[in-house]
Structure formats: C-alpha cells, structure tokens
Design a protein around this ligand. Sequence first.
Ligand SMILES: [Zn+2]
Length: 278
Amino acid sequence: MRIGAHLSIAKGLPAAAKMAADIKANTFQFFTRNPRGGKAREIGVEEVAVWEKERADGDIYPIVGHLPYTVNMASPKDEVYDFARQVLKDDLVRCDAFGGEYLVVHPGSHLGEGAQQGLDRIASLLEEILGPWEGKAQLLLETMAGQGTEVGSIQDLAWLGEALGWPAKLGVCLDSCHLFAAGYDLRTQAGLDHLLGELDRAMGLERVRAVHINDSKFPLGSKKDRHAPLGKGHIGEEGLSLLINSPHLRHLPFLLETPTKDYREYADEILFLRGLIS
Ligand SMILES: [Zn+2]
C-alpha cells in the first residue's frame, strides 16, 4: 500500500526523499510554495536529476503537490482570483517538471457571494487552465468540511467536473477529517458505504485519486476543519481502519496531514496505519 505524509521540500527534493525513507513512507505530499504566502522555491535541473534517482531507489509514488491556502479560485476579488490563476498555472508546470503526479487544491470560498457564483468562477478558471494543459500532472479538487463560505462538497466537486466534462487531468482528493466534519460518519461500515455510494453516483469512484487520512478534532458534522492525530480524534481507530481497508480505496495513496512538531513523528502514525491493514 501507498502510505505517506505531508513533508517539506524547503531543503530540496532529495532531502524530502530522505525524509520519506526515515519515516518509511512510499509516497508524500508537499506545499508547492509557502502555504500562507506566495513565493515559490526554484528547482534546478541538477536537483531534479538527483531526485529522480532517489525517488526510484526509494520507490516513492505518487508525489502530490498541495497549493497554498491563499489560493481561492472562488474569490469575488479580482486580485485574489488573478493570484489563483497565476499560482495554478505556474505550479502545474513546476510539479510536472520533476514528475509530480498530482496537484491538490482547495476549491475556494465564495465570501458571501453565494455558492453558485463561487462555483461558476472556479469552473471558468479551471476551464482556462486545464483546457490547454498538456502536461502529465493532474489537478485534484479536495473535499472540504464546509467551514465558513467554503465550497467543496461532493456535489460541488461533481458539478465542477461535469461543467468541465471530466477531463482525465481532473480528479478528486478525499480528506477523512473534512468528510467527517461535513457529516459523513466514517466510524461505521454503513457510514463509509453511504459515502462511497454517494461518490459513485455523483462522479464515479474512478475520479478519486488520493486520500488525506486525518483524524478529526471536532465531532461529526461540526463543519470544522481541524485535523487530529490518528486514533486521537472523533473518527478513531475503527473508522480509520475501515477507510484504509476499503476495497474501493486501498489502491490509492493515503497521505497524513496530522499535526506534528517534527516530521519524524509521522513514523509512528505510518506504523499505526500499516498495523491496521488486514
Ligand atoms: Zn488540503
């Protein structure tokens, strides 16, 4: 199985490959640039060459970029929308340049303008960017908790996919904490089946390409996006076990985004997850 965590590439891609090895991860996610700001680190050809070798040696697959939280494709503010366009365009190219398979983005927040207005803005931006995109990296829309004026329910993502005609370069990334906060009870088999059925009817399970595996600090349906360490939140060990063992999901990369002070702490959580595999 593919299990990994969110790591930093601030010290270079080869350093990130080493970190993945340290925590026994065979996939990882990284921020394409500062999550709260906008500056991107230059990645040179030499770094890419070393990285490609380390990646092959460590059997690391897939690599998932995550766009910064400042990207809001639903924003009614022109400068914010323009920034989203620029970052999306640039980071698809950057991710592709070193063989990154996926780029995850939070759809955005409509900031009071109404969900449909927000979705329309997202669809037109995605159309503009993905239409001419010929690289290999795929863009994944993440399922959100529904905090504030956030869009990103399963229905929202299905609507966006349909508006674009579901191109192969567009997919979906699930987040267990966000889904639980949005009201999907992942603690029981019936709850998980309900989620999978809904995904299948809305978009087809083949659109799902990655899973963020996090526990939730807040209870079911809280609409709060606050990740907890695995087994220490409201989803709990049983729910996480159902998720990772689901025959519909287990072929996907599972990525941890749980709170840690140091990336080495992920080693225990990865071990914990591997221990749940039946
Ligand atoms: Zn995310």
